[in-house]
Design a protein around this ligand. Structure first.
Ligand SMILES: O=C(O)CCC(=O)C(=O)O
Length: 466
């Protein structure tokens, strides 16, 4: 039975779109869109594409052949994803060339290999393959991971720690016929995906319908929407209404939070993909974390009475499944709260007569702070904090830390670029000497409750201090 196709995804010329319009129509409303006209000056679009418009595979072997990458075998399922193997870029390219010449070049989907999640920017920082379009610059996930680890677990493998400290800026490459099974993105982040060459077919399901692709216990979701989906296992699947679109070469698709999607490469394709979140969708991250926490807890509820540190075990399981635990998320939220705050203060210091309501930069920062407060209020009502209110964050130490200063400046640069404003450089010493009252008020933060009070006080002072 075919899919029911209902929704249509808009195509908009990115050169004629303002950031504010993009934020209002797509980020805030969580709607997908395809943007054109934004990749004209990318080095990737020249170096990585041959004269005939196909991927320049030799370029990859010659310049990046030694990189070790994750490759999905599109014909083999492993749990909820495709089976992954590791190989060098050269091996991957050799395999691609070999099969593209043969008759069964993956016609049955079995021999098709798809290079995914290649941390290209991290590995080749000096080879500037592209510039992130302004619409996607407000990227808390990657700005954060450039300075901090998401989850530090001294007891875990090195490999795991590398994953939790890595970024979410990827290159994907695969021959015609390669594909990605149905999923919603990591952390329920947004993603953007730019086709350097090739074409992709996307199938989207809006978050309000996501239950239709789950089994009756809401445990597992459909893997491939084109397989013969078992009606007794997924009784509601046939009711789902899909949004379909074709993404052409040099087009960028914006994938909103929580939209399930399945993707097929219609031609040999190379794409650049980032996952990210910011003040608009951070509540999706928290909601997912909370759901996964409750699930992790449910699985081990029967050993609660014999477990010395039941909450600790729940949090460890949560980190293993979700990539972060409550503490990691809370620390991330505190760092963003502080960085946005110190940037507002710095903006006021640098421009003594500034009217916060008419500065676009100040509006960005204050919007972030208000959303951070909302998310913190949500966190505050979760009982696990009461059971485990031991996360003491010392504000002075955090603010004086060199990584934090660099992190603030990276965030400041982002908003300066987005708002066409001169750069703000955060000076912790000036901050301490001029805002003693604030620092003393919140010298330590141990719980979401305390962060809310601190933010209330800080926001009031921003408005009243001269
Ligand atoms: O292009 C693909 O194969 C998958 C991309 C994807 O799932 C995403 O960008 O969120």
């Amino acid at each position: 039975m075919g899919l029911k196709i209902g929704g249509k995804i808009e195509k908009v010329n990115g050169k004629e779109l303002s950031y504010n319009d993009f934020a209002e129509k797509y980020l805030a409303k969580n709607q997908p869109v395809i943007l054109t006209g934004l990749m004209g000056d990318w080095r990737a679009c020249k170096d990585w594409v041959s004269g005939d418009g196909k991927p320049n595979l030799r370029f990859f072997s010659t310049h990046f052949g030694g990189s070790r990458v994750q490759v999905a075998d599109c014909g083999t399922r492993e749990f909820t994803d495709q089976k992954r193997v590791e190989m060098s870029v050269s091996e991957f390219i050799d395999n691609w060339i070999k099969f593209s010449g043969s008759d069964n070049g993956g016609a049955d989907g079995k021999s098709l290999l798809y290079l995914k999640d290649w941390h290209f920017v991290k590995e080749y920082p000096d080879y500037v393959a592209y510039t992130t379009p302004i619409f996607f610059l407000d990227d808390w996930l990657n700005i954060y991971l450039d300075k901090y680890c998401m989850h530090n677990d001294p007891g875990s493998y090195q490999e795991r720690n590398e994953i939790s400290c890595s970024d979410y800026r990827f290159v994907y490459m695969g021959a015609k016929g390669t594909w990605t099974p149905l999923h919603a993105d990591v952390f329920r982040s947004y993603s953007w995906s730019a086709n350097v060459c090739g074409r992709k077919q996307w199938y989207f399901l809006s978050p309000s319908q996501h239950h239709l692709v789950f089994d009756r216990y809401m445990k597992s979701s459909v893997y491939d929407i084109f397989e013969d989906v078992c009606k007794s296992k997924y009784p509601e699947f046939a009711k789902a209404i899909w949004w379909e679109c074709t993404q052409e070469q040099n087009e960028i698709i914006f994938v909103p939070s929580g939209w399930y999607h399945q993707v097929h490469n219609l031609e040999d394709t190379i794409s650049i993909i980032h996952n990210w979140f910011n003040a608009y969708n951070i509540s999706w991250v928290w909601d997912l974390l909370l759901r996964e926490y409750n699930e992790a807890k449910g699985y081990i509820e029967d050993i609660k009475d014999i477990c010395d540190d039941f909450e600790g075990l729940c949090q460890r399981n949560l980190a293993a499944n979700a990539g972060m635990d409550f503490r990691d998320f809370f620390i991330l939220v505190i760092r963003f709260a502080l960085s946005n705050l110190v940037l507002v203060y710095q903006l006021k210091n640098d421009n003594r007569n500034i009217d916060l309501s008419s500065s676009q930069m100040a509006r960005f920062l204050l919007f972030n702070l208000r959303n951070i407060k909302c998310i913190t209020l949500k966190m505050k009502y979760v009982a696990a904090w009461q059971n485990r209110g031991i996360f003491i964050i010392n504000l002075m130490e955090t603010i004086k830390d060199q990584s934090f200063v660099e992190f603030c400046n990276a965030l400041g640069r982002t908003y300066s670029t987005a708002c066409n404003h001169s750069e703000i450089n955060f000076d912790p010493n000036q901050f301490f000497s001029e805002h003693k009252q604030l620092v003393l008020f919140g010298s330590q933060i141990c719980s979401p409750d305390e962060l809310v009070s601190f933010l209330d006080c800080a926001l009031k002072l921003v408005e009243t201090e001269g």
